[in-house]
Design a protein around this ligand. Structure first.
Ligand code: E4P
Length: 215
């Protein structure tokens, strides 16, 4: 299981990288806008200098020519850039082109197993099903992950399942049990993965007992 952080906040990326668990970073236009990064290229260069792993950079064009042009430019920035493409018809055409040029893609905004199958057929390197946003509208996001993992296994597709829109540690644990390849999550959820109340209570007791011994 690879762990990616889903943010454009450089401090959070550094802190997660220092924890020694970070395999990559996903960004999207909303996350970049939230941090106010006006210079997208320079932001990506900084991220690539912090993390040696897949760094997803999303295109904002929605037509084939525009997506391909943008994606080629993004891919030139660093060898670890993965071009993030929306799961629309024009996007799938562009993914096919990128795949033939050796440019890695992350096909994003996936909400159904049929979409995921098409992304794999187009040659996507990663597919990003959004579990939290499905849960938000009373669909079972994790059921989608289970279906995609099974479908990819049935036909031996090499596209990696990147579970996105993760909201809490249970999404992560279930993804691990289902055999998804990558989970991307906000820094807050990464911190939650390390937390357990019994760890804190146990540590406090150990340290108290140690102090008593050394009084
Ligand atoms: C994935 O790459 C997206 O950036 C992300 O996971 C979206 O999550 P959200 O639904 O919390 O915005």
């Amino acid at each position: 299981m690879k762990i990616f952080i889903d943010t454009a906040n450089l401090n959070e990326i550094k802190e997660a990288a220092d924890m020694g668990l970070l395999d990559g970073v996903t960004t999207n236009p909303s996350l970049v806008a939230k941090e106010g990064h006006k210079d997208f290229k320079s932001m990506l260069e900084k991220i690539c200098s912090i993390v040696d792993g897949d760094i997803s950079a999303e295109v904002v064009s929605t037509d084939y020519e525009g997506i391909v042009k943008e994606g080629r430019e993004l891919a030139k920035i660093h060898k670890n850039i993965v071009v993030k493409v929306p799961l629309i018809k024009e996007g799938l055409k562009a993914v096919k082109t990128f795949s033939s040029e050796g440019i890695k893609t992350n096909v994003t905004l996936c909400f159904s197993p049929s979409q995921a199958l098409l992304a794999a057929k187009a040659g996507a390197y990663l597919v990003s099903p959004f579990v939290g946003r499905l849960d938000d509208i009373s669909y079972n996001g994790m059921e989608l992950i289970s279906q995609i993992v099974q479908i990819y296994g049935n036909y031996d597709y090499q596209t990696q399942v990147l579970v996105a829109s993760i909201r809490h540690p249970i999404h992560f644990v279930e993804s691990c049990l289902m055999g998804a390849d990558v989970c991307t999550m906000p820094f807050k959820v990464i911190e939650q993965l390390a937390k357990h109340p019994l760890t804190d209570i146990g540590l406090e007791k150990f340290l108290d007992d140690w102090k008593k011994l050394n009084k």
